[in-house]
Write a protein that binds this ligand. Structure first.
Ligand SMILES: [Zn+2]
Length: 190
């Protein structure tokens, strides 16, 4: 049972285990959402404990039994004082570049398996281009062959997108890390 954590600005930032979740609720670092019939209500720890005693929970709700009472496990929690979005720890490797670009060629816009892809220097090495996030991009082997050692300007090609340094947590990556998806998460843009 996993819990989606969103930041103060309602941006999904991580997936938490149930015990980590209860700990954050208890210390007041997060509020928890009571979600039912497609709507939600944020609750603090005291109200959450109170509501946990009642018979209002949708089917499939998990409970943790403490010494004194049962505590419902939320599907979504929200940090009250955390507004950042963790950086993606993508490595500047061939795979990292493909991943950032969703395996899509920046010239023709087609989606390919790794076998048909290559990494292109937008500004060619021979013209002073560097091997950085901002200059390396996914390019299919066919387009890369046609581009050769030329610049986009020389070829008068308009790329479908340009490379960039991945600075924000991308939700795709978070999604790839979970094996179960709860429909309640959809309410929070996940
Ligand atoms: Zn291409």
């Amino acid at each position: 049972m996993k819990v989606l954590a969103i930041n103060k600005s309602y941006i999904p930032i991580r997936i938490c285990s149930k015990f980590a979740t209860i700990g954050k609720m208890y210390t007041g670092a997060v509020e928890s959402f009571f979600i039912k019939d497609g709507s939600y209500r944020p609750l603090n720890w005291a109200d959450w404990l109170e509501l946990s005693k009642q018979d209002v929970w949708p089917e499939g709700t998990d409970f943790i039994n403490s010494v004194t009472q049962r505590v419902a496990l939320p599907k979504v929690i929200r940090y009250l004082n955390y507004d950042k979005v963790p950086r993606v720890s993508l490595k500047l490797t061939r795979k990292g570049i493909y991943e950032r670009d969703n395996h899509t060629c920046y010239i023709c816009g087609e989606n390919y398996g790794e076998g048909k892809l290559s990494v292109d220097h937008v500004k060619p090495l021979s013209k002073g281009g560097q091997s950085t996030w901002e200059n390396l991009v996914t390019c299919c082997k066919k387009c890369n062959g046609l581009k050769g050692d030329k610049t986009l300007e020389e070829l008068k090609w308009k790329p479908k997108f340009l490379p960039y340094r991945p600075a924000r947590s991308n939700i795709q990556k978070l999604k790839a890390s979970v094996t179960t998806y709860y429909p309640e998460w959809k309410l929070f843009g996940f």
